[in-house]
Design a protein around this ligand. Sequence first.
Ligand code: TXA
Ligand code: MG
Length: 360
Amino acid sequence: MKATATAEQIRDAARAIRAGRLVVFPTETVYGLGADARNGDAVARIFAAKGRPSDNPLIVHVRSIDEIDGVAEHLPSAARRLFERFSPGPLTLVLPAHRALPRTVTAGLDTVAVRIPRHRVAQALLAACRCPIAAPSANRSGEPSPTTLAMARASLWRASERRTADDEITFLDGGPCEVGLESTVASVSEGRIVILRPGFIAADELRLAVPDAEVLEAIDAAAADRPSSPGLKHGHYRPRAAVIAHDNEGESLESLLSRVFERERAAKVTVGVIGIGPVAGSIADAFAQRFTDSVVDSGVGPVPRVILREAADERDYARELYRWLVELDVEGAGLIVAVLPPDRGVGRALRDRIARAAGA
Ligand code: TXA
Ligand code: MG
């Protein structure tokens, strides 16, 4: 049975939002930590609960295209066409900010990031509170984004301890998130679209929707000296375990093994291996074999554990990545080998998040 918030819980959460309090709610990408976007004090509580640097602006969530005029000064025609094609859904566009928005939301920028989420509970919450909701992912700053309610609770548990009534956080369940990685963030200006954060919706899909616009990816954009997303300069998506990104097309298994065994000396830590099967499976087997051999050689046990988490394909990997990182921490992995997926579709966003988890 799918866990999901009841109508009554959604009404209570909407009341909390209108009273200036925080609500954790599901979206199709990841869980968000929301507050009334028009209320600067409420928005400040988000930054406090997450431990988020104040120079990192938030995404404002609205119900539909019609409600964008409450948060953005205007909607460029390319942005309208993109929202018509991909909303509700995992696309965030950076638009000129409405004068009335509190500066805490935009971190003082004159632009605002806007998204229309598709998840049924997010839509119901927006409908019930009748205000735009500013929401980053519902995790402590720097940790992996939560894709289940339990992950959000675990990440925010200290913040959700109630000190005063206003500090209380309301949690709404919506089951595991369907996409599992954060939305694609793109800026739109004068027929030029720059992808600031890759996501489920890939550059080529945006190009198809607005063939007359130029669509750049942040990497090309950086070269062209375009403004990038403030969030990208902060460390992100890091579990406690060290993460090693492995590109099985560019690096041999032998080289990966020596990289790990050099780094970990005798390699006595539990190793997690995540990736798409069967490649990830054979890498896990190779680690297990190497561990057994070295214990036999040295006569010193026990044999460290190897934990495998295998995805069926890129979409499955996207859905599971953050949960696996958190689970492997709980299982006591000292090291996580994340096998990079092919660089296509959502694979690009996965490669980006894995590189960040690895500290690149
Ligand atoms: O899927 C998602 O986008 C989730 C769900 C909850 O909607 N939200 C999310 O929020 O991932 P957050 O705060 O973790 O990431 C927002 C990203 C950050 O990299 C931030 O710097 C960027 O969007 N951003 C926000 N406002 C911006 C602006 N005005 N200009 C450029 N980048 C902006
Ligand atoms: Mg985040």
